[in-house]
Design a protein around this ligand. Structure first.
Ligand code: ADP
Ligand code: NA
Length: 339
């Protein structure tokens, strides 16, 4: 059976983008793939994390996985730091990957900002750890958003070079699983920026734990223009929002894309339904839909967080099962390397 690995960083503020772009898809994928869902706490510390907050956020991501419907008896849910094989394989990959490869990673340039020499060394070699996350299980597929495609490419390069260096067809060339079209959720304050955990304003994102009032307020205040709802004329020949239309009204099309994703409807259906109407009515419908879909998940997350024994037990059990899969593969790697 094909195997997937994917992860979310425990850096707080889990939002609608994390849900629609990642977690919701994990729930569907677990029926078709042997699934390993990780809370990537070792990735999180590539930038400073307060230790108590890190612990709380690790539980929060786990709670989100469970509340969204990932079944921990079917899939493996665990946190990365508990399976040392990730770090051990990452060290070997640090010695396989070339500096020139890492220098091409655009996310490092974005995250390190202007003063690259002040970024942690971990942030720089982060893609090697990500390759280890995937390959220590010989995962065949990885569900990825746009932002991770370059890193998966690097994981394939590392697998290929390792196989070449050690003369064995050992690691698979892991394939990306690109999911749905409306998976890129943008900020509610600026439709050209990704909705993100790190944007300062809480009004920029709908958090997975937001209650109905918070969701209503954020949707009501979400930036839009004064024009009526667009219709089918906004679509290009392939049925997607044309580049020109999106550029002219990025915030509007972001909200419409969110609605379509939450409702599991196609864009043409949503556009025909609301065409020509004022935005206020659409925002009301979007609020109701978001509350209906996210409300129960947020409530369950809070319930799980209030008494984290269950969450901790899931992580412990998942860690053991992950270790059992990773250790034999790591052992073979050590043999090949000459350890
Ligand atoms: P963030 O990017 O918010 O810091 P992570 O890096 O932990 O979150 O990403 C977790 C998952 O959520 C990844 O699969 C990522 O592609 C997805 N994701 C994050 N932000 C968005 C977004 N705005 N729209 C769609 N998917 C997103
Ligand atoms: Na990300």
């Amino acid at each position: 059976m094909n195997r997937i690995f994917s992860g979310v960083q425990p850096t707080g503020n889990l939002h609608l983008g994390n849900y629609l772009g990642a977690i919701r898809n994990f729930v569907t994928l677990q029926d078709d793939y042997e699934s390993i869902f990780c809370v990537v706490d070792m990735h999180a510390i590539t930038v400073w994390q307060n230790p108590e907050e890190l612990r709380r956020h690790t539980r929060e991501v786990t709670a989100a996985y469970l509340a969204a419907g990932i079944d921990p008896t079917q899939s493996i849910i665990f946190n990365q730091s508990q399976v040392a094989a990730h770090a051990e394989l990452a060290w070997i990959f640090n010695c396989v990957a070339r500096i020139g490869w890492l220098n091409r990673m655009t996310q490092f340039k974005e995250k390190a900002g202007k003063h690259k020499e002040n970024a942690s060394a971990g942030l720089y070699v982060y893609p090697n750890l990500m390759a280890a996350d995937i390959l220590v299980y010989k995962a065949t597929h990885v569900p990825v958003g746009e932002d991770q495609k370059q890193h998966l490419e690097l994981a394939r390069d590392i697998a290929q070079k390792f196989n070449n260096d050690f003369g064995r067809d050992f690691f698979p060339l892991t394939e990306p699983l690109i999911l749905g079209s409306a998976t890129r959720v943008m900020s509610l304050r600026d439709g050209t920026r990704k909705m993100s955990k790190s944007e300062a304003s809480d009004m920029s994102r709908i958090n997975m734990t937001d209650d109905a009032d918070a969701i209503a307020q954020k949707v009501r205040k979400a930036k839009t223009d004064t024009e009526a709802m667009p219709g089918l004329e906004a679509l290009d020949d392939s049925g997607r929002v044309s580049e020109a239309a999106r550029k002219a009204r990025p915030e509007a099309f972001n909200l419409i894309g969110i609605y379509a994703a939450l409702a599991d409807q196609s864009l043409p259906d949503v556009l025909s339904e609301f065409a020509g109407q004022p935005f206020s009515g659409f925002k009301k419908a979007l609020t109701d839909l978001a509350v209906e879909k996210l409300g129960p998940i947020g409530a369950e997350m809070k319930r799980l967080m209030a008494n984290p024994d269950h969450v901790d037990a899931v992580l412990r059990d998942g860690g053991e099962r992950a270790r059992a899969l990773a250790m034999p593969i790591l052992k073979e790697v050590y043999d090949l390397v000459g350890f």
